[in-house]
Design a protein around this ligand. Sequence first.
Ligand code: PBG
Length: 327
Amino acid sequence: MSYPEIRPRRLRRSAAVRRLVSETRVDPAELVVPMFVKEGLTEPRQIASLPGVLQHSRDSLRKAAAEAVQAGVGGIMLFGVPVSRDGRGSGGADPAGILNVAISDVVAEVGDATVVMSDLCLDEFTSHGHCGLLTGDGAVDNDATLAAYAEMAVAQADAGVGMVGTSGMMDGQVGVVRRALDAAGHTDVAVLAYAAKYASAFYGPFRDAVESALDGDRRTYQQDPANLRESLREVALDVAEGADLVMVKPALPYLDVVAAVRAAVDVPVAAYQVSGEYAMVEAAAANGWIDRERVMLETLTSIRRAGAQIILTYWAVEAANLLRARY
Ligand code: PBG
């Protein structure tokens, strides 16, 4: 008798065995690609802190959306970058606002071939860069902001969006948006709630991507990175208010939160691999310090393993192409 009898390595000895026993697969259909469209651009533009990600023109956005469909991604999350902003973020609810016209463009291009989603938040449209309206003394006014979100949700739904991503972290936003959509006859438009969203420094490159004017931080509405139970409370509220899916954001530094949320709810759970997570890997890979593709797929697999069924990632199209070639 040889020792040891029990050898877990038997299940790792060849690529074929490893493939057979793999517990987690990332499916392109569960990847969502965030895309940025900037008002007035005639050519797409690189974003320095997000290598490989573009600020699109309306034309290049349509082409990129078609390519994403070709790659088999499950969804496209749209963000608009307006040329002018005001204190009330009125571009968000304006039917001629860049995000709303981009929604119509993309829906016209891809139809039902993928899920078209939009960011439902004011920060891209406000001159002060906050996710809400401000009171006279500069605090973010929760309830006044809710009315603005309701209006913006209806404008996005009128433009044809399939799913709105409530990312502003105002109390009651999911309920208000759900009611506004229903009252406008958009009962089929789903709400993807950014339910557990942390006040994270990992959003840095995103602020470049949308040219955010924010001075200060979002700690009075986004969550403290130290808290996990608070996320369960946020998620439970969003589900009670009618969220169709819930999301945790960022992803990799918060895998414990992803796992806890997965265990706590029955709705689909998404995670957003945010700009800083992407940029760190790209920067290290550009220096030759890590193997870019392997790290990319390892991060996505880990987020999936932690319990996120859906992953928003700037690598979605590339990863989808790599994964299709693999399986
Ligand atoms: C809010 C929003 C942000 C991100 C997605 N939606 C910025 C913020 O909350 O400050 C960040 C995404 C990323 O970093 O990739 N509109």
